[in-house]
Design a protein around this ligand. Structure first.
Ligand code: UD1
Ligand code: CA
Length: 462
């Protein structure tokens, strides 16, 4: 049977008090809407349609930049969740199959729960299946009303609920599987709510039952993951819930964390076995850590690949970097875009590296800026060295190339473009403005001048 997915993301999200559309607010470094798209992709649907409206242009752009296979349809005026689904009718013209409907503000739905819902819909041979959950605090959510046989008879919104209904703790998660084209026929018969004037999707339950269709429920276990995000507080709760799930999953897979509560992951973080993570580590989007890596603590990283056996000391910041096998980094090291540390290399304390390669076994141990440099194997860069890569008059950046086995003295200023030959050396405090041939020594320091008896004379002069 064919499957289509419709995600509702047109609402204003008034309670977020934000200029940013609600569904673009992030959980685990990723817009909440993307969590849902990633989860529904596991169902390999024929179509994924997102209904956008409030802040639609921004949402459409974000989707287009990340997902080729997702279509957006516009809901010009936000007249309710039922009205929102109706906007997908044209895009799904002639579609005969199941539609999975989700709300863009319920991001933590798991792949497993989604497939359970689908199975339940099929085995019960339902026309409509509503995913419900039991909430500790159901305030604000739609309540599941059941008849004497314990079958669902309606969903009642908080605003419309009687006092007795308000006591019901089984809630509507906002996730459904419905048959198409039936769902559109039902929605077209929904009338506006007497209090809010909105066309509620939830009304299709009672309407469907009246028309003789089969409506069933699937009750999910993880209620906390299925509560919608309407406010910043709920956003923080969702973040907390997501992080706890990730922490437990990584520990179960062989990752050690001394203080799990202070380690934060992204939706796509990948960590290998026997990785040790100390306190206060933040994994931004797109980080992969191979096995046997140690991350001492207080580090932030994104778009970074850390190969096995690397040792990351405290207080590091990595952005779009690659760290080779058994390399040592930090403490206090900043790796900026395109910093690449090869196997067994070292970037030590107070070192900043950008768009450069530090070759196998090479060392940049202390207080150094490395920008636009290709460093070969077994090179040592003396402390306090600056690679001057920028010509501020011509406004161009140039490259430095350092061949294998070269040794750069302490406190050098290396003015690019320049090439430093194999096994060559530079003296301490040298300013390198021209190429250094292989095996040569280049230095520019003046000879030290010695004034004997200076201190005594200086004191006498006072
Ligand atoms: C909705 C449900 C409620 C359920 C809860 C689960 C209805 C009427 N109520 O309430 O039963 O318990 O979700 O979290 O469906 N949207 C549009 N267009 C609109 C209105 C909303 O696209 O015109 C989208 C919003 O962007 C949001 C989703 O639909 O992603 C839900 O809307 P929201 O206003 O948050 O509904 P709730 O009051 O939370
Ligand atoms: Ca909501």
């Amino acid at each position: 049977m064919k499957t289509a997915v419709v995600i509702l993301a047109a609402g204003k999200g008034t309670r977020m008090k934000s200029n940013k559309p609600k569904v673009l607010h992030e959980v685990a470094g990723v817009p909440m809407l993307f969590h849902i798209i990633e989860a529904v992709e596991s169902l390999t649907p024929n179509e994924i349609i997102v209904v956008t409206g409030h802040g639609g242009e921004t949402v459409n752009e974000a989707i287009a930049a990340n997902y080729e296979n997702v279509k957006c349809v516009t809901q010009e005026e936000q007249l309710g969740t039922g009205h929102a689904v109706a906007q997908a009718q044209t895009a799904l013209k002639g579609f005969d199959g199941n539609i999975v409907i989700l709300y863009g503000d319920v991001p933590l739905i798991s792949v497993d729960t989604l497939s359970q819902l689908n199975l339940s819909h099929q085995s019960q041979e339902n026309d409509i299946t509503v995913m419900t959950a039991f909430a500790d605090d159901p305030t604000g959510l739609g309540r599941i009303v059941r008849d004497a046989n314990d079958d669902i008879s309606a969903i009642v919104e908080q605003k419309n609920a009687t006092d007795a209904q308000k006591k019901i703790d089984e809630i509507n998660t906002g996730i459904y599987v419905v048959k198409a084209p039936l769902v559109f026929d039902l929605i077209n018969n929904v009338s506006a709510d007497s209090i809010t004037a909105e066309y509620y999707l939830t009304s299709i339950v009672a309407l469907g039952l009246n028309a003789g269709h089969t409506v069933g429920t699937y009750t999910a276990e993880d209620a906390e993951a299925l509560s919608g995000i309407n406010s910043r507080l709920q956003l923080a709760c969702a973040e907390d819930h997501f992080q706890n799930i990730k922490r437990e999953a990584f520990m179960a897979e062989g990752v050690t964390m001394t203080d799990p509560q202070s380690v934060f992951f992204s939706l796509d973080t990948k960590i290998g076995k026997d990785v040790e993570i100390g306190p206060n580590v933040q994994f931004g989007p797109n980080v992969r850590v191979e096995s046997d890596v140690r991350i001492e603590g207080q580090c932030t990283m994104s778009d970074t690949y850390i190969n096995s056996g690397a040792n990351i000391l405290s207080f590091c910041h990595f952005e779009d970097a690659e760290i080779g096998e058994d390399a040592t980094v930090g403490p206090f090291c900043r790796l900026r875009p395109n910093a690449q540390l090869e196997k067994g290399s070292k970037a030590g304390s107070f070192v900043e590296i950008k768009k450069s390669v530090v070759g196998e076994g090479s060392k940049v141990p202390h207080l150094t800026y490395v920008g636009d440099v290709q460093i070969g194997k077994g090179v040592n860069i003396g402390g306090g060295t600056i690679f001057a890569n920028y010509d501020s008059v011509a406004k161009v950046k140039s490259q430095t190339v350092i061949a294998d086995g070269a040794s750069i003295g302490a406190g050098n200023v290396i003015i690019a473009p320049v090439a430093i030959g194999e096994e060559s050396c530079t003296g301490a405090n040298a300013t390198i403005t021209k190429d250094v041939p292989a095996g040569a020594l280049s230095f520019s320091k003046p000879e030290a001048i010695i004034k004997k008896g200076y201190t005594a004379k200086h004191k006498a002069d006072k």
